[in-house]
Design a protein around this ligand. Structure first.
Ligand code: AP5
Ligand code: MG
Length: 217
């Protein structure tokens, strides 16, 4: 299964990616997580990424495309992959198509998670993220067993710099202007599946798995 998850910030891409990657036994590749790991590690890539992500803007394509190309050339992708947060604009979608064409491993499906802006703001402003493993929690909807600690690895939870209300608005604008056009791009390729991202996490996962199985069978 070679799969892309697309949807607005806070639609639940990271949350669903964990379950879908486990179900299909494929690596979860999140460009946002890779940038945040670099920010935490204080690398040059992290410093550059933070200068964009803190404002809700996209990291330049040249940097992001190179990073994804390296990741897709690693040797753990024999079952496929789940890309979360990439591609984010038409140029990235075209670069990805070229990378995969060269490897003769085309995409199987693009899963769009759709959600209204008002719900997005509620989800993002209450999100807490693990400093160590980047798992997502929510102060109301996905509470950790111990406040401030990650259920999965025990790491400390923090609020992402880009989860402040002003930056959320910028991210929504960037999504509408730059990312949404890739929906039509993949619809035209016959790869798009759209799933509403409202309801319980497990309900959404089941809907997504059924839709994906139907699409690739
Ligand atoms: P990235 O990390 O990809 O951020 P994003 O697209 O804004 O998406 P989020 O991670 O905020 O949301 P999500 O959909 O994963 O939601 P989640 O599952 O956490 O990118 C960050 C930045 O990195 C970008 O702004 C950019 O600067 C840079 N970047 C990354 N990729 C790039 C690229 N390709 N090109 C250029 N720059 C790039 O859920 C949100 C919250 O809701 C959580 O609290 C969760 O617990 C809760 N929740 C989830 N599902 C449910 C549910 N069903 N019910 C109730 N609550 C729920
Ligand atoms: Mg995410």
């Amino acid at each position: 299964m070679r799969l892309i998850l697309v949807g607005p910030p806070g639609a639940g891409k990271g949350t669903q990616a964990v379950h879908l990657a486990a179900h299909f036994n494929i690596p979860h590749i999140s460009t946002g997580d890779i940038f945040r790991a670099n920010i935490k590690g204080g690398t040059e890539l992290g410093k550059l990424a933070a200068s964009y992500s803190d404002k809700g803007q996209l990291v330049p394509d040249s940097v992001t495309n190179e990073m994804v190309k390296d990741r897709l050339n690693q040797s753990d992708l024999e079952n496929g992959f789940l890309l979360d947060g990439y591609p984010r604009n038409i140029l990235q979608a075209e670069v990805l198509r070229a990378i995969l064409a060269e490897k003769e491993t085309p995409l199987d499906a693009v899963l769009e998670l759709s959600l209204e802006d008002s719900v997005i703001v509620e989800r993002l402003s209450g999100r807490r993220t693990c400093k160590d493993c980047q798992a997502s929690f929510h102060i109301l909807f996905e509470k950790p067993a111990v406040e401030g600690k990650c259920d999965k690895c025990g790491g400390d939870l923090y609020q992402r710099t880009d989860d402040g209300v002003d930056v959320i608005q910028s991210r929504l604008t960037v999504y509408a202007d730059q990312t949404k056009p890739i929906i039509a791009f993949y619809r035209a390729e016959g790869l798009l599946i759209t799933t509403p991202a409202e309801g319980d996490v497990s309900e959404i996962t089941e809907r997504a798995i059924s839709a994906l199985n139907a699409a690739v069978s």
